[in-house]
Ligand binder design. Structure first.
Ligand SMILES: NC(=O)c1ccc[n+]([C@@H]2O[C@H](COP(=O)([O-])OP(=O)(O)OC[C@H]3O[C@@H](n4cnc5c(N)ncnc54)[C@H](OP(=O)(O)O)[C@@H]3O)[C@@H](O)[C@H]2O)c1
Length: 376
């Protein structure tokens, strides 16, 4: 049995102290009794990347039904072989013909690839679930978190006889709204102030490699190699590497502002964000301050969050134990803690919460596969 040696693997499996992917592909132990002939054919675009690899783990973990999977990446990776669920695959170069006969395509190869190949796939009858920002703000494209706004993709189903595009929101937006939405439904959020602490994995496999390499270099007294980020990442933090816009916000921050309004279908909700890259390997953390229209006390908020799908509450004040990126790495649930009344607001009109979520998983691959499940 030949197993593909992906660059990502070399990195992810190289240290015992770092959060690892769940299984795929070094020890893809799960075996399907049979591929299902009536199930959809799938394509994973960007299969060699951080999100692409996670797509495979999630598909396997959730027993997503499929009759075939095309493994697509750039020309650089074409021809590489690996085993997934006891079947051998060869990575193919992405071309327009890649989508012939494909029912669902999971895209994670960056915005320019999505812009070029997304419409091509749709024209060939494929339903595309796209992880990039290319189509998120397109009015005709649903932007979906299944626990939050499943109604946005109503009517889009396999077998409807045509292709479609569905966008996966930005990872920081997903993690934030998984926690904020249940509270919003009860008390209506008027204003939300978010500060993020974003992991290397959010910038892809190469950024994770850079953090690991720099950490070694700094500990050995050598100058850190800066290729992905222009500043030293190990033992440092800096403003998110997304481009700065004319209003002084960076693109990542404005994604949180605009996507929240679209997902909540509320153009008046006030959102501001400061996004920071921190030297954490995997999983984002976010401090979220909420201002409500109706009063909401912290005990009620805690109960609402305990019962929210996809959310787990870690809020142990006695032990001073709250969510951490390490605890949520490779986990599906978003963790919420530090649930407390905002003293700066009158009565129970405001809350502070601290949220952690694995952004490769719920912030990208898991959310996209959940969307795909809703197509069946
Ligand atoms: N990382 C996250 O947490 C996260 C979260 C949400 C959304 N996203 C989005 O998901 C996308 C991928 O992110 P990532 O973190 O997985 O990046 P990554 O680790 O750098 O992987 C990029 C993938 O895209 C493929 N690719 C690059 N150029 C291509 C081309 N010309 N044709 C076909 N495939 C090509 C790469 O294939 P090769 O190996 O052949 O180069 C690789 O499989 C981005 O749009 C990102 O914004 C990422």
């Amino acid at each position: 049995m030949t197993i593909l040696s992906l660059p990502l693997q070399n990195h992810l499996f190289s240290s015992t102290a770092l959060p690892k992917p769940r299984r795929f592909p070094l020890c893809a132990t799960k075996v399907r009794m049979s591929l299902q002939e009536s199930a959809p054919s799938i394509a994973v675009v960007g299969v060699t990347g951080a999100v692409g690899q996670e797509f495979l783990s999630v598909l396997s973990d959730r027993d997503f039904p499929y009759r075939s999977i095309k493994m697509l990446a750039s020309k650089r990776s074409a021809g590489r072989r690996f085993t997934f669920e006891e079947k051998e695959y060869v990575v193919e170069e992405l071309t327009p013909e890649s989508f012939d006969g494909v029912d669902i395509a999971l895209f994670s190869a960056g915005g320019s690839i999505s812009r070029e190949f997304g419409p091509i796939a749709v024209d060939r009858g494929t339903i595309v679930v796209d992880n990039s920002s290319a189509f998120r703000m397109d009015e005709k494209v649903p932007l979906v978190i299944p626990e939050v706004n499943p109604e946005a993709m109503e009517g889009i189903k396999l077998g409807m006889g045509k292709g479609a595009l569905i966008a996966n929101p930005n990872c920081s937006t997903i993690i934030c709204l998984m926690a904020a939405t249940p509270l919003h439904r009860r008390a209506k959020v008027l204003r939300m102030v978010v500060s993020t602490y974003q992991a290397a994995s959010g910038a892809g496999a190469a950024a994770m490699e850079e953090l690991e390499q720099q950490t070694r270099e700094v500990l050995e007294g050598r100058p850190p190699t800066c290729k992905i980020f222009k500043e030293q990442y190990a033992f440092n933090l800096f403003s998110h590497n997304a481009s700065i816009l004319s209003n002084g916000y960076n693109e990542e921050e404005m994604k949180m502002v605009k996507e929240t309004r679209k997902i909540w279908n509320d153009k008046d909700v006030k959102v501001t964000a400061t996004c920071i890259r921190v030297p954490v390997m995997r999983a984002h953390a976010e401090s979220v301050n909420l201002q409500f229209e109706k009063p909401l006390d912290e005990d009620t908020a805690r109960d609402i969050l305990k019962n929210a799908p996809g959310v787990v509450v870690i809020d142990d004040r006695a032990a001073n134990h709250f969510p951490t990126p390490l605890e949520v790495s490779n986990r599906d649930d978003v963790a919420v803690g530090r649930i407390r009344r905002d003293l700066s607001q009158d009565g129970n009109q405001g809350l502070d919460i601290f949220v952690c979520g694995d952004q490769i998983r719920k912030g990208a691959a898991l959310n996209a596969v959940q969307i795909a499940e809703m197509l069946l």
